[in-house]
Write a protein that binds this ligand. Structure first.
Ligand code: Z2T
Length: 830
């Protein structure tokens, strides 16, 4: 061992770690100490970044004693622990969240003021860690917040990407990606532990041998390895003194790796080899819900799960635990299929390293995993070619084959030699090439499999994995997603938070069902006026932010209509564009008087995967439409289209509290859940949405009168497909639709160049996989209802309050309770 811990009996080992005094004076001293002695600058000579770093370190120091204490306590209590395995954590800024959790906001504000420093200014320069793409990564961040707040022993495991999700810029209206060098100005929230690195192996081959007991076994002779260095992040619970751990792994070249090359005397080659190894944690893959099948991606996946399992077994579990008891000490939650290679990895450890026999190892493994599926799109279901997987992880492929053999044997026993069914259920697919179906592997290995909203879980059982549902009764369950009220109400919408606390007391932050109490206040004109004032002030705040950021202004008397989410055809930003173009065309053609139009500002925020050409074209079109609409004097400023670049968690926290209308318009049956939909409703925006994902549950809770429903249901979508969908028919039959599409096709948004958006137009007319045209008329009708409803501001406000009052269910604390009750069985440790 590189480091020797003090023996537990040494008097110093027992000395408690004490936090600095939580007084203004204490905070000032600590802040100046960090500025002077950690950053090496005087207050007068310090830059804003220096002061931010010193502040972050100060906040960190306050949490540290709790964190160390929790780790000591848990290593004694040895509770069952949730290990959340996720390739993504979209954390958002840390400073404000940690101040809130540690009750330090007021003390810090005063202390900094005493030093002549503005907390607000420091807040604004924090660069958010964008270690995720969208919903899935943000969900992981909400879940670890809730677990800490609920005192549930848990560790988040993931990858410390050096570059997170790209920074989006627009050049002539088109997306251009910039690397996200989020670590450049320092990373005060992390603690690297190079001495605790794990060695992770890849490649090579396997061989058979007979062990000392005469048992034939397989062993892996790897070809190369890298070091996984843990970086710890503190995850503080809200006002409960708990601090959990998020452990992200960074790839570093091993010395043995380059020694070989060094010995050959090729220095440059050695340095190149180092770069190869360190590439593993270099960059987040920017595809949301469409995996790319790249070798480096599989390396990332194995890298972080192998390090995490080994870390748990060696450093968290403690010595002398019988492996049979492992399921009573850990549940590895698989956040989609990205970490599923953990299944054969745990098997490999139990078989090859711990020398268990197959049946025991498999019985343990099957109790230690649970799998969450986040999609229904067939192209998003991850598969790895046998070829690639066998080259990178030969022993794991052997293990997967054996798992599959035994599984198919059991299927045969149960259903007879139904070869069709066997082929359909096999973990190994044969077409178009031999591949491992990761969702099937996860389903076979997981104690439970869950979808992320009621509708999604139902479709998962009925459409994606029906044979498995039949084979494994009781394995499938639902846990509807949720969002953390700390970040998305308390921090993002402080004025609303105060208003709620004024009405209901402070308990709602950790018991969101208490928002029900607002139903009565919805009937109180005085409360409605206060709520409307909060909305208006959030709009002004947003306008200030967008003005500085992008030079945009948001007018207070415009309805703020917001569609923010990844750009994907199934989410149907195109449908929103057609609505805008329809409104514009009415005015431009003179058929509609501008004065008759409800003033609206349409806000988009969306990143497209860099290789997703159609998504990028749609971004281009939105910007192009925005430019024309915003500049046409005939519109009289009553329609505005804003598309601030680089939508991220930080911008979401500004946009959502200001929104009047939330656009959740995916084709029914395609959006697994959505979580933005919940954030908007909880901030008092009304939803215009399809019967999809968690929209279904939102509408059930808020009631039809407080939700603008439109579009086909999932069974109607299915029926239309079955009968043969011809989008051009809708184009022919609907005058508004035809005029909108014709206007785009005419080059009106591309300086007369008809070729620019032609691929979008022909895709809509002749393919339209996500049935934009089929839902168009229903969407336009729903938007007319929106306009009518908005005209009665007081009624709208009442609806908005009712949305908040009835959406307490969507707290991620509730999601965590459901996981605990239905899947994990890990009680809080108080
Ligand atoms: C993702 O963000 C989601 C699903 C994925 O499927 C992959 C990614 Cl990166 C493989 C989203 C869903 O699209 C969304 O409906 C859901 O709310 C979110 O995950 C969290 O469950």
């Amino acid at each position: 061992p590189i480091v020797h811990a003090l023996g537990a009996t040494h008097p110093l080992a027992l000395a408690p770690v004490t936090a600095p005094p939580a007084s203004v004076d204490g905070f000032v001293r600590e802040f100046l100490h960090n500025l002077n002695f950690e950053l090496g600058v005087s207050l007068s000579a310090s830059s804003v970044n220096d002061r931010y770093l010193a502040l972050a370190q100060t906040v960190r120091d306050y949490l540290m004693a709790r964190w160390l204490d929790d780790q000591r306590r848990l290593s004694e209590i040895k509770p069952k622990t949730v290990c959340y395995l996720s390739a993504e954590y979209l954390l958002g800024r840390q400073l404000d969240n940690n101040l809130l959790a540690a009750r330090l906001t007021d003390v810090a504000t005063e202390a900094l003021a005493a030093c002549g420093v503005s907390l607000e200014e420091l807040r604004e320069i924090e660069v958010e860690p964008g270690l995720g793409n969208g919903g899935l990564g943000r969900l992981a961040a909400c879940f670890i917040d809730s677990l800490a707040t609920m005192s549930v022993p848990s560790i988040g495991y993931g990858i410390r990407y050096e570059y997170g999700i790209f920074r989006q810029t627009f050049v002539d209206g088109q997306q251009v990606e910039q690397p996200d060098s989020w670590l450049r100005l320092g990373s005060p929230w992390e603690f690297p532990h190079p001495e605790a690195a794990q060695t992770i192996s890849f490649g090579g081959h396997t061989e058979k041998y007979v062990d000392d007991d005469g048992v034939e076994r397989s062993r892996w002779i790897p070809g190369w390895n890298v070091l996984a260095v843990p970086y710890n992040y503190m995850v503080p619970g809200y006002h409960n003194g708990r601090v959990n751990t998020l452990r992200l792994w960074r790839a570093v070249a091993t010395s043995s790796f380059d020694l070989r090359v060094f010995n050959s005397g090729d220095y440059e080659e050695a340095v190149r080899a180092q770069t190869y190894a360190e590439n593993i944690s270099k960059v987040l893959y920017p595809e949301d819900s469409t995996p790319q099948g790249k070798e480096l991606r599989l390396q990332q996946q194995y890298f972080f799960v192998a390090a995490s399992i080994s870390d748990f077994l060696e450093n968290v579990l403690g010595d002398g635990v019988e492996l049979e008891k492992l399921p009573s000490r850990v549940i590895f939650q698989l956040n989609d299929t990205h970490p599923v290679i953990a299944v054969p990895e745990l098997m490999r450890v139990l078989l090859d390293e711990r020398r268990l026999d197959w049946d025991d190892a498999w019985a343990i493994t099957q109790q230690c995993f649970a799998y969450t599926c986040h999609t229904l799109l067939p192209e998003a279901l991850e598969v790895w070619s046998v070829d690639l997987l066998g080259r990178l992880l030969p022993r794991h492929l052997e293990i997967i084959y054996r798992i599959n053999e035994e599984f198919l044997e059991a299927v045969r026993e149960r259903f007879g030699d139904d070869e069709m069914r066997i082929r359909n259920m096999s973990i190994i697919g044969e077409h178009p090439y031999r591949s491992v179906r990761m969702a099937y592997l996860a389903t076979v290995a997981g104690a439970k499999v869950n979808g992320v909203a009621e509708l999604h879980s139902q479709l998962l059982r009925d459409k994606v994995l029906p044979d498995f549902d039949e084979f494994y009764p009781g394995k499938f369950t639902n846990v509807t997603n949720g969002v953390t009220p700390r970040r998305f109400i308390r921090l993002a919408n402080p004025d609303l938070a105060s208003l709620i606390t004024e009405a209901l007391g402070a308990g709602w932050t950790i018991d969101l069902e208490r928002l029900r109490g607002l139903e009565a206040y919805a009937e109180d004109p005085e409360f409605r006026a206060k709520f409307a004032a909060v909305k208006a002030s959030n709009k002004r705040r947003l306008s200030d932010v967008l003005h500085v950021r992008d030079g945009f202004d948001v007018s207070e008397d415009h309805m703020l209509d917001v569609m923010v989410k990844r750009l994907h055809e199934y989410k149907r930003q195109m449908l929103k564009v057609l609505h805008i173009v329809t409104e514009y065309e009415g005015i431009a053609s003179g058929r509609v008087a501008a004065s008759a139009v409800q003033p609206r500002t349409f806000v988009f925020g969306a990143k497209a995967a860099p290789g997703y050409i159609m998504a990028k074209r749609i971004i281009h079109l939105i910007n192009a439409v925005g430019k024309v609409v915003n500049e046409d004097p005939r519109v009289e400023g009553r329609l505005k289209v804003l598309f601030p670049p680089n939508y991220n968690v930080t911008l979401a926290e500004r946009l959502i509290p200001a929104a009047d209308l939330s656009e959740q318009i995916s084709l029914a049956g395609k959006e697994a859940s959505g979580t933005g939909n919940m954030k908007f409703a909880l901030n008092g925006a009304l939803t215009v949405g399809t019967d999809d994902g968690a929209n279904v549950e939102i509408r059930q809770l808020v009631g039809d009168d407080n939700f603008f429903l439109f579009g086909m249901t999932e069974p109607e979508v299915e029926a239309l497909w079955a009968k043969g969908y011809r989008p051009a028919d809708f184009y022919q039959q609907d005058d508004d639709l035809r005029r909108a599409i014709d206007l785009i096709a005419s080059g009106a948004f591309s300086d007369g160049d008809r070729s620019v958006f032609e691929p979008i137009v022909s895709n809509l007319l002749y393919d339209d996989r996500f049935m934009v045209l089929a839902d168009y008329s229903s969407y336009i009708a729903a938007q007319a209802q929106v306009d009518a409803a908005y005209a009665d501001q007081d009624a709208w406000t009442r609806s908005a309050i009712l949305n908040i009052a009835r959406c307490g269910f969507f707290s991620s604390d509730r999601s965590m309770r459901d996981y605990i009750d239905r899947i994990w069985h890990t009680p809080p440790v108080l």
